[in-house]
Design a protein around this ligand. Sequence first.
Ligand code: AMP
Length: 139
Amino acid sequence: MNTDPDCIFCKIIAGEIPSFKIHEDSETFAFMDINPANEGHALVIPKEHARDVYSVSDSAISATVKTAKKIAAAVDKTLNPDGLNLLQCNGPAAAQSVMHFHMHVLPRRNGDDLKLNWGLEAGDMDAIGQLAERIRDNL
Ligand code: AMP
């Protein structure tokens, strides 16, 4: 499987840097976003390194979408948001900041006024860790 030793998400998959893991299987990995745009913001990535939608393999994107569906259901059960976006960004105008294909699982609240290119702001790590546990319990 293709991996990139300099990629931050490949390092998370390898356990070289910590993450609030929610789920892992042979093809995908899911964890909490540490700069959450909203409470419960999670990320789903293929284990195979690919930069974006143009280069990700059919099997990796299929597995990622399948896992995103599972994580979305667990986030919904955990937080009962008013809505939820599955979002995937490619290139600078789309605000892609990590060059490893990923899907955002992004719970939404009525009136949260979230813009597509939200700014990155560090979250509360204790709260994020507790949420990861609650979401895992609902998988
Ligand atoms: P994007 O802007 O679509 O490339 O999204 C990348 C996301 O990765 C952002 O929402 C970041 O907050 C998130 N992120 C970056 N580094 C980490 C990390 N070490 N652990 C969890 N999330 C991260």
